[in-house]
Design a protein around this ligand. Structure first.
Ligand SMILES: CC(C)(COP(=O)(O)OP(=O)(O)OC[C@H]1O[C@@H](n2cnc3c(N)ncnc32)[C@H](O)[C@@H]1OP(=O)(O)O)[C@@H](O)C(=O)NCCC(=O)NCCS
Length: 160
């Protein structure tokens, strides 16, 4: 049988407590692939607390799942500030439209502004954001790691 050429379809949903183990696993895997010098499994408790704090502050956490499949990625964005704090896609879904679906959801939730900080030594992510129409607006430094960062933004049309 020839492989299907249909694009993968994703469902977007608010993250539930049941999604957290899969989110944690994919976060560790995707970051381990991106920055192999850092032990992200050790940082998992930080992520759990961080997501709880962000949600308590009003940020929205959305998961994408391929039809009938497991969680493929998640995004965290605050609808008031437009700040996208987390975007992570399971490496098995890299290049398969998951990240685009999550970015579309982020724009839907924050239609005027999507802003984020990305490490300058994360060229895959920088390229992805540029592809999605975000522009580099300034440079900075991650206060925890000391790594150089870009602030990137996408601005939607102003409402009349
Ligand atoms: C960032 C992330 C969400 C992007 O999702 P993705 O599915 O990998 O993105 P895509 O494949 O659609 O786009 C990546 C682009 O970078 C390109 N790319 C890959 N490696 C690259 C490199 N070393 N240098 C430059 N571009 C690169 C790809 O070719 C692709 O561009 P193209 O579509 O024009 O060919 C995902 O890779 C991820 O979860 N990474 C780990 C976590 C992370 O970095 N999160 C963002 C933190 S701000």
């Amino acid at each position: 049988m020839s492989p299907s050429l249909d694009p993968v379809r994703y469902t977007l949903a608010a993250a539930t407590a049941d999604d957290r183990p899969a989110m944690g696993r994919l976060w560790v895997e995707t970051w381990a692939r991106t920055m192999p010098d850092i032990d992200f499994a050790e940082r998992l408790p930080w992520l759990e607390g961080h997501l709880d704090r962000l949600a308590a502050d009003g940020a929205l956490i959305r998961v994408a799942a391929a039809e009938g499949g497991p969680v493929a990625g998640f995004v965290v964005i605050h609808p008031d500030t437009g700040y996208l704090d987390q975007l992570a896609v399971d490496p098995r879904f890299w290049g398969k439209g998951t990240a685009e679906a999550l970015m579309a959801e982020a724009r839907r939730l924050s239609p005027r502004l999507v802003a984020l900080d990305v490490n300058q030594d994360n060229p895959r992510a920088v390229r992805f954001y540029e592809k999605m129409g975000l522009a580099i607006v300034s440079e900075g430094q991650n206060p925890m790691s000391g790594r150089r960062t870009f602030r990137m933004e996408w601005r939607g049309a102003s409402l009349p």
